[in-house]
Design a protein around this ligand. Structure first.
Ligand code: CP
Length: 306
């Protein structure tokens, strides 16, 4: 069994078997992360560039750490301070860097489709580290990996994704991955932040948090993109917190102890209260650690596909 594509552009269309292969491979790499010497020679001789055209804390550090744990040589590119400010195009930037004998490119970009664009123009394996409002496949995979650690089988698991679904690449990758594995996926948020026709994809839609969490096993709380607050998609941050903010009081009405997830960065006191984010039901920091194992698995599996 191997991955069909030599790139990871998204989880849309990825089979259950491919996702399971990544998850199983990540289990072995997580074991490496728990050793006193957290390094294996798997990608010795490989050179990987991390092209980040958008800010990132978790994903950038996680990819870099995954590459170092696999003994690859790592180059970090940040658009600020680069020749992008002189007008160089994405294609020219990427092709110039690749000409220095690069094997893989990890890219985060504000434009949906930027990783696919590079995959048609470069020889390197391309990994999407988040492209606009399209997908964030390694985030989806690390979220699913964290759920498998907690619950075992994903099939039939009740997962609610809460917040700005319309603009969220994290939501999209989670939905594709979870559905492929047979999870029972629901979304919850204000009507202005939920795309139409999700029911046609067999996804339940809720506009009231107390209804959404009645049977939930896990609640994946998305960051409210405060930069969108000017576009009037919800009345105010205070109103959002009152209606959809996750608090201990609201969770107490659920039948089960719900596992709390968040991709980060958290707006504490907006979408998620601090005492919930830091509670015994939160797996947020597990998600971050699992991100390294998942990215090691993805890098390893793609490294054999030229
Ligand atoms: N979850 C996530 O993508 O976080 P960063 O933006 O910090 O990478």
């Amino acid at each position: 069994m191997e991955l069909k594509s030599r790139h990871l552009l998204g989880l849309k269309g990825m089979s259950k078997e491919e996702i399971e292969l990544i998850l199983e491979t990540a289990v072995s790499f997580k074991e490496v992360l728990n050793r006193p010497v957290k390094k294996v020679p798997t990608l010795q001789g490989f050179t990987i560039v991390n092209l980040f055209f958008e800010p990132s804390t978790r994903t950038r550090i996680s990819f870099e750490l995954a590459q170092k744990r696999l003994s690859a040589d790592t180059i970090n590119f940040a658009s600020s301070g680069s020749s992008t400010s002189k007008g160089e195009t994405l294609k020219d930037t990427a092709q110039n860097i690749e000409s220095m004998k690069i094997d893989m490119v990890v890219i985060r970009h504000a434009s949906a489709g930027a990783p696919a664009f590079l995959s048609e123009r470069l020889k390197s394996n391309i990994i999407n580290a988040g492209d606009g409002q399209h997908e964030h496949p390694t985030q989806g995979l690390l979220d699913i990996f964290t759920l498998t650690e907690k619950f075992g089988d994903i099939k039939g698991l009740h997962v609610v994704i809460l917040g700005d679904i319309t603009h969220s690449r994290v939501a999209r990758s989670n939905i594709y991955g979870l559905k492929a594995l047979g999870a029972d996926v629901a979304v919850c948020g204000p009507p202005t932040l939920i795309p139409r026709h999700l029911e046609e994809l067999d996804i339940k839609v809720y506009h009231h948090l107390d209804e959404a969490i009645q049977n939930a096993d896990a609640l994946n709380v998305l960051r409210i993109q405060l930069e969108r607050q000017t576009s009037g998609l919800f009345p105010s941050v205070r109103e959002y917190h009152r209606t959809f903010g996750v608090t201990r009081e609201k969770l107490a009405k659920s039948k089960k102890a719900i596992t709390i997830m968040h991709p980060g960065p958290i707006n504490r006191g907006v979408e998620l209260d601090s005492d919930v984010a830091d509670s015994e039901h939160s797996v947020i920091l597990d998600q971050v650690l699992n991100g390294v194992a998942i990215r090691m698995a993805v890098l390893y599996l793609l490294s054999s596909k030229k």
